[in-house]
Design a protein. Structure first.
Length: 274
């Protein structure tokens, strides 16, 4: 981990794959999903808590790929996954996997968000702190989903005078309170606006933020607390992760669709023999 006053040039792997021995070594040392490897093959993994993670990249920066990698590992750990994939093209690999609720239609996403919030409010969504009791909500593009929810509500309930669409409000509730109930969001979104939360700082909702293939404008939107912005790389999988006031460059773990399915279903055990 490096601080903002000292950002040395770091030697990073050009790729991190399951077939690499250094990847398996890293997977054997972590208990949470692995983002990738920093300099010296240091594993960069998800925090132990259920805090949300935001992935913000320029076009082709690897948002879908990293969401796939994290989702497969979360499933392998026993989490249930709500995979919100507007358009239904980003995560076909997970459609029929056990433990996955796959949602691509806005109407279904709307209903599911409201039911999930209702479960939190009536106490039926209990969490014992384990991965097997955790619900991971993977949202391929937060902004697209929020826009779709607003359009859906305005078209199906044009007579209402609500300030915000109920689906967007529900999403805001999950972003604000979900971690306390074991509902964790992995979201892709290059925009600064957080659905249903007004002007709440991004870092307050997403303590862990991953940025790739983006210049000063993207950093200003997603991580305005970072004043020493690192240069981005066009190398596939090269990313930066920020938590608090620290920024770390890393090479993301790449899982193909086939590998992700195998990891998620236990056919390939992360860190185990291949």
């Amino acid at each position: 981990m490096i601080n903002q006053t000292s950002m040395p040039i770091q030697a990073l792997r050009n790729s991190v794959r399951l077939s690499d021995s250094y990847t398996l070594t890293a997977l054997n040392t972590v208990d949470t999903p692995l983002f990738g490897l920093a300099d010296g093959d240091r594993p960069i993994a998800l925090p132990d808590t259920a805090e949300h993670t935001l992935i913000a990249t320029g076009a082709g920066g690897g948002t879908t790929t990293l969401l796939r990698t994290l989702t497969a590992q979360a499933l392998a750990l026993g989490a249930s996954v709500d995979l919100i994939d507007p358009g239904g093209t980003g995560h076909r690999w997970a459609r029929d996997l056990p433990g996955v609720r796959y949602l691509s239609r806005i109407a279904d996403i709307h209903d599911h968000l409201l039911l999930t919030v209702a479960a939190l409010q009536d106490g039926t969504q209990a969490w014992d702190g384990t991965w097997t009791g955790r619900r991971v909500m993977v949202i391929e593009h937060l902004g697209t989903v929020a826009y779709g929810l607003r359009e859906y509500w305005s078209q199906t309930r044009p007579e209402t005078q609500l300030d915000e669409a109920p689906g967007v409000e529900a999403l805001g509730v999950l972003l604000a309170t979900g971690p306390s109930f074991g509902v964790q969001v992995f979201a892709g979104n290059p925009s600064v606006r957080l659905p249903g939360l007004g002007t709440v700082p991004v870092a307050q909702v997403f303590p862990t933020r991953v940025i790739a293939l983006g210049g000063a404008a993207l950093w200003e939107r997603i991580a305005p607390d970072i004043w020493c912005i690192p240069p981005y790389s066009v190398m596939p999988g090269r990313m930066h992760i920020t938590a608090g006031q620290q920024v770390t460059a890393f090479q993301a773990l790449y899982l193909s669709d086939t590998e992700a399915r195998a990891v998620a279903s236990g056919e390939i055990e992360p860190g185990g023999p291949q």
